[in-house]
Design a protein around this ligand. Structure first.
Ligand code: SDX
Length: 393
């Protein structure tokens, strides 16, 4: 009666599951975390506060927020073994592969998480994952850049210290408040998105009673695909390809419309949004102000806006309801901050970590959850008898 798809306790045995965390109306372009519109959260909340909201279901009181923030900041450092683990990879390895391996290593380095009561263990695992993922991503970038991995100093602030660890050695001076606020807002925009490919993966792996760290590591691997989180990296490659062909966006759009080319307009289209992704609109607006705050001009921003204008006036895209999604503009901000393209999807993973945590916890506490076991329609051969090798022709 509310239009909610009937919940099947078998989980994954149907195309839907039940959740109280995030609501999306793909036709109207609506996104809400625990009922709060993404536009309000992006403008007025923070990544840590949204992390609390997604997990607990309510915005924290000042006392609750202070206790939560203090606990997270106490855990942003990582065991020395993570530096060695990350350095063991070639510097040319894709950062998402290194991040996934490092998150998979967390249970080995923090076994105490599994030695306390279920609720306390779950809370501790959530705090550790939220606190350490940004540091791990920063160290992966340090490794890619051949830089040392500095100790976390959370007294700077959660986002500020992440930016210091990740980019502090490759740029002069601290980032201004506008840039810190933009990074925080981008993490808020990516924090959760209902049952997307990587979140459904986290839920499926967790439904086998797999611990939070390993379930999220599986989600990181799903996110790395160019159809999903890898799209923000693919958008930059697409814009650079157009720039290198004299900025001829029209020819590229023509190529995309010719299916035989296999080319897609990366950062466009969505499984659910058949309208403008509300996150894309917020990022587009922020891109211009962050570039100004950084004193950066990016010809690719003008190119992206031109490409959007061409696509949104072209029947091919309008008819298929293909609009910009969250990945279309984010890479331009990350690039202006100094992140290499290969780090864009790890940044998406940092943003999405609180959503994966909240969704995993909700699934683990739902009495109706069973192990993920998708059913199939068998289309293979009927029964037949084995033929000995010597008799086969
Ligand atoms: C994310 O699910 C989530 O919530 C994900 C996410 C999150 O926050 O977790 O929002 C993050 O992953 C955003 C999406 C990022 N990916 C991209 O930008 C990659 C480019 N987009 C496409 O590959 C595609 O749009 C998908 C994968 C995102 C959605 O694919 P669908 O819904 O399965 O679309 P489809 O393949 O059914 O396409 C329908 C039509 C087809 O044409 P016809 O066969 O009808 O002629 O639209 C065409 C497609 O060829 N089409 C595109 C296109 N996307 C779909 N044509 C050109 N460019 C595109 N980007």
């Amino acid at each position: 009666d509310t239009g909610v798809v009937t919940y099947d306790p078998g989980f994954m045995n149907t195309a839907a599951c039940r959740s109280e965390i995030t609501y999306i109306d793909g036709d109207a372009g609506i996104l809400r975390y625990r009922g709060y519109p993404i536009e309000q959260l992006a403008a007025r909340s923070t990544y840590l506060e949204v992390s609390y909201l997604l997990a607990k279901g309510e915005l924290p009181t000042p006392a609750q927020y202070e206790a939560f923030e203090t606990r997270v900041l106490r855990h942003t450092h990582v065991h020395e073994g993570f530096r060695a683990l990350i350095r063991a990879f070639p510097r040319t390895a894709h950062p998402m592969a290194i991040v996934s391996s490092a998150i998979s290593a967390l249970p080995g380095f923090y076994p105490e998480v599994f030695e306390t009561s279920d609720d306390e263990a779950e809370e501790l695992a959530s705090i550790l994952l939220l606190a350490k993922t940004p540091t791990i991503v920063a160290y992966v970038l340090n490794h890619v850049n051949g830089e040392e991995m500095l100790d976390a100093e959370p007294s700077h602030g959660f986002i500020e210290d992440f930016l210091r660890l990740a980019l502090g050695q490759s740029r002069e001076g601290e980032f201004g408040p506008e840039v810190v606020a933009a990074m925080d807002m981008l993490f808020v925009l990516h924090a959760d998105h209902e049952q997307n490919c990587s979140t459904a993966t986290v839920r499926a792996v967790g439904s086998a009673d797999t611990n939070l760290f390993l379930s999220v590591a599986a989600g990181i691997n799903a996110l790395s695909g160019p159809k999903h989180g890898g799209a923000n990296e693919a958008v930059l490659s697409m814009l650079e390809e157009i720039r290198d062909t004299h900025g001829d966006a029209g020819s590229f759009v023509t190529k995309v419309k010719d299916k035989a080319s296999g080319a897609r307009l990366m950062g466009f289209g969505h499984r659910v949004y058949k309208n403008y992704d509300p996150r894309a609109a917020i990022v587009k607006e922020a891109t211009d102000s962050v570039l100004k705050a950084l004193g950066a001009r990016d010809e690719l921003l003008d190119l992206a806006m031109g490409l959007e204008e061409i696509a949104l006036s072209d029947e091919y895209f309008v008819q298929r309801k293909l609009y910009p999604n969250v990945d279309f503009y984010t890479g331009l901000i990350y690039r202006a901050m100094g992140f290499p393209t290969s780090m864009f999807t790890p940044l998406f993973a940092v943003g999405r970590t609180p959503g994966w945590i909240a969704q995993w916890r909700e699934m683990m506490h739902d009495p109706a959850t069973k192990i993920a076991r998708p059913r199939q329609v068998y289309t293979g051969p009927d029964e037949r008898d084995f033929v000995a090798l010597s008799e086969r022709r």
